[in-house]
Design a protein around this ligand. Structure first.
Ligand code: 2AM
Length: 179
């Protein structure tokens, strides 16, 4: 199973973001229900390891975290770029990612060493060019009021020819008082 932990987006934010990438030619825009902010990518795990990951997350006690957008960005090689919303590295968000990572490492899971750059991917497989540049430039000041993410999940990724689909296997509410 290809698994990852990600923050679930409040519906208002997901709706706002989902429309942005729809107009881009080529590529696959993610639907509102698929938008997420990855905290830790676990890669392929067998069922026992997946259960260990799920248990490690279960024990985490945390409160909601603020999501503050800071414009859009694109990433990748020309011809298969992705467009994402940049999310500010707020202490609450970094703390949650770090604490979850420690728990997963404590459970013996090996995580990619990639630096955490909080983002929400909106579309993948884009050719690039003026349409993409225009959307990034037009949203340079995109900075809606911060919203609280109140849960994260363990997701399974299903790869399809027309893009990945995500299945939420577990939900972890962030219920301690907001910090
Ligand atoms: P992306 O949005 O930047 O593409 C499911 O694939 C989620 O896991 C996506 O959010 C994706 O990030 C992330 N992901 C995929 N492969 C990854 C990797 N090797 N390291 C870290 N995150 C990865």
């Amino acid at each position: 199973m290809r698994l990852f932990f990600a923050l679930c987006l409040p519906p208002g934010l997901a709706a706002q973001l989902a429309g942005l990438a729809e107009v881009l030619p080529g590529g696959h825009a993610l639907g509102e229900e698929d938008l997420h902010l990855t905290l830790h990518f676990l890669g392929e795990l067998d069922e026992p390891r997946a259960e260990e990951a799920a248990w490690a997350a279960e024990a985490l006690q945390a409160g909601p975290v603020w999501l503050r957008l800071q414009g859009l960005g694109s990433y990748g090689a020309r011809g298969r770029l992705s467009l994402h919303a940049v999310v500010a590295p707020e202490p609450g968000l970094l703390g949650l990612q770090d604490r979850l990572g420690s728990r997963l490492a404590g459970a013996g899971l090996i995580l990619p060493r990639r630096r955490f750059r909080p983002h929400i991917t909106l579309a993948r497989g884009l050719r690039g060019g003026p349409a993409l540049d225009r959307i990034v430039a037009a949203n340079i000041g995109l900075s809606p009021p911060p919203v609280a993410a109140r849960s994260f999940g363990l997701f399974r990724s299903w790869l399809h020819a027309d893009g990945a689909r995500y299945e939420r296997l577990q939900d972890y509410p962030l219920v301690l008082p907001l910090s």
